[in-house]
Design a protein around this ligand. Sequence first.
Ligand code: SAH
Length: 273
Amino acid sequence: MNLLEETKLVLRQHGFSPSRREGQNFLVREEVIRRQVGYAEVGRRDVVLEIGAGIGNLTRYLLEKAGKVIAVEKNPVLIDILRKRLGNRENLVLIQGDAVKVDLPFYDKVVSNIPYSISSPITFRILKRGFKIGVLTYQKEFAERLVACPGMRNYSRLSVAAYYYARVRVLEYLPPGVFYPPPEVTSAIVELLPKKPPFKVNEDLFFEVVRSLFIHRGKTLRSAVIHSPMFPLKEEKKEFIKTLGETLSKKRVFQLTPEELASLTKNLERWKK
Ligand code: SAH
């Protein structure tokens, strides 16, 4: 029996119909699972976090390779199925809850096919905590925003944040058919390698600046500053814009490099003092 047949059988046995809203698309291609775990070089010394374990297709393979697997799943019925299928494995810690909020124990690698609706909050959550390597499956468009460079159509807040925390690259694209039921979108396996921040900056202020400027991503920096309430008020704004220099203030927000955004943040911090 192949993994697709096994998945259908397990779902039938438990009378479980996957919900699109909860992102329940189970990976049913053995070779994709093997490659994904291989990318993360999972071994006996590793404690691996898996977000959204589903019926445990990836979990089962992770358990063969890792020292320990922390599997988080929100749906109580799926937790039951996971317990029945894999509950006897000593190196499995099952956590029922919302992966965005639930307390997480120590882990050093993250390997997951996540529900796409929590892509952004879960990525920020794990990046802020740090780890050795992450190999995660995202919706293709999200993956492309993660890796986008300044000036690109999909360069966004997310790209800046990803650049700040990690080296990020797309490892491969996955057609809908490797999942059951197949989602409507193409997916991408992404590698996240956390790194030291590329520059020193007041982090909270930096991300606030990035958020408020990217609301006006197509405007010039000058005009974005004028329209953002977080920058100095009225007359003072003009003075502040002068500190940025002519060249920078004429650039569009989506053309600004993370370094330029950081230097702007420093100007703002000085201004506030
Ligand atoms: N990793 C599994 C399942 C992927 S489907 C596989 O590859 O086969 C994504 C899973 O995430 C679903 O089982 C869904 O119930 C679960 N899920 C959805 N929202 C979640 C959340 N906020 N926290 C944890 N799990 C969640």
